[in-house]
Ligand binder design. Structure first.
Ligand code: ADP
Ligand code: MG
Length: 293
């Protein structure tokens, strides 16, 4: 199993290997040079009626980009390619999308189709090969590494299919890891951790280690760890992929609850049941993002 980014707590996130090779020659596909103009931002009809991110949007952070941008993400002609020995893999060919505060977006698509790659770009874990990828007004394609790191630590919550909890730590300690980079006083950390555990129905599980929790509970801890910093957006890569149906519904209900409270969500899933409950289901097809159906 490939597992490139298991630093879910946002500390020292992996490999933002400044892949800024824009305009590099394409060895395999010449890509026809046509940036699929007929694929404008899909689905503006699908504005989720949630009360923007006042509750979860942390007060403006450092940096000019953290000013109140009306959009969470703006992607224009985003390309991501990987150069292997003898060929180039280009999972993202031309991605164009705008995500607004309070939306619940899902991304479906075939295995190997580039969903995780896209989420890594949205999470500032990787940079696009070319194109514009703005998050809260900051172009993640060109921002300095230090700014990407700060954005990952403070503004982006990340949840993975396999939870990525630290087995030797309790639920509360795992959640506290999400606050590590913020430098908050111990008292506030404790308060935030208990609050989020209670909010996710884990108040009586704070002292349990992951192996003493069900899969659904472990995923709830991972979500708690991702949101305890009050991120601007929660990104989740197949968050119900390892869960049975009942636990999947449990996690879905939590995601919907968080969205109703104003949190912006982007969730990768191959589960139609998840996509059906999202405000805005999108499909990644041939490296491009479309409205579903
Ligand atoms: N770091 C990488 N190096 C080389 N190829 C990669 C890398 N990450 C992903 N890929 C390739 O990009 C394609 C898309 O992968 P991925 O985004 O994981 O798809 P999905 O999540 O939709 O299953 C696959 O062909 C995969 O092998
Ligand atoms: Mg994937």
């Amino acid at each position: 199993m490939k597992n490139t980014t298991n630093t879910a707590a946002g500390t020292q996130a992996a490999g933002a290997t400044g892949a800024q090779t824009a305009g590099a020659p394409n060895e395999t596909q010449p890509a026809t040079g046509v940036p699929a103009a007929g694929n404008p931002t899909p689905g503006s009809q699908n504005q989720v009626g949630a009360t923007a991110s006042s509750q979860n949007g942390v007060a403006p952070q450092n940096g000019p980009g953290a000013t109140a941008s009306p959009v969470t993400y703006r992607l224009e002609h985003v390309v991501k390619e990987f150069r292997l020995k003898r060929r180039v893999v280009r999972p993202l060919r031309d991605v164009n999308v705008t995500v607004r505060p309070g939306e619940f977006v899902t991304i479906q698509g075939v295995t190997g189709g580039g969903k995780s790659t896209l989420l890594q770009l949205l999470g500032a874990l990787e940079r696009p090969t070319s194109g514009v990828l703005e998050f809260g007004g900051v172009n993640l394609a060109s921002a300095p590494d230090s700014q990407l790191q700060a954005i990952r630590a403070r503004e982006i919550g990340f949840v993975f299919q396999n939870f990525n909890l630290i087995p030797t730590l309790t639920a509360a300690e795992n959640v506290d890891m999400g606050l590590e980079p913020l430098g908050l006083p111990a008292e506030e950390r404790r308060a935030r951790v208990s609050q989020v555990l209670a909010e996710l129905g884990l108040g009586d599980r704070a002292d349990h280690r992951p192996n003493e929790l069900s899969g659904g509970q472990q995923q709830r801890v991972a979500i708690a760890r991702a949101i305890v910093k009050h991120p601007r957006v929660l990104l989740a890569d197949e968050p119900t992929g390892n869960l049975d149906e009942r636990m999947r519904d449990d996690i879905l209900a939590i995601l919907q609850h968080l969205n109703a409270a104003g949190l912006t969500l982007v969730v990768v899933t191959h589960d139609s049941a998840v996509a059906h409950r999202a405000g805005r289901p999108l499909m990644l097809v041939n490296g491009m993002l479309h409205s579903r159906e």
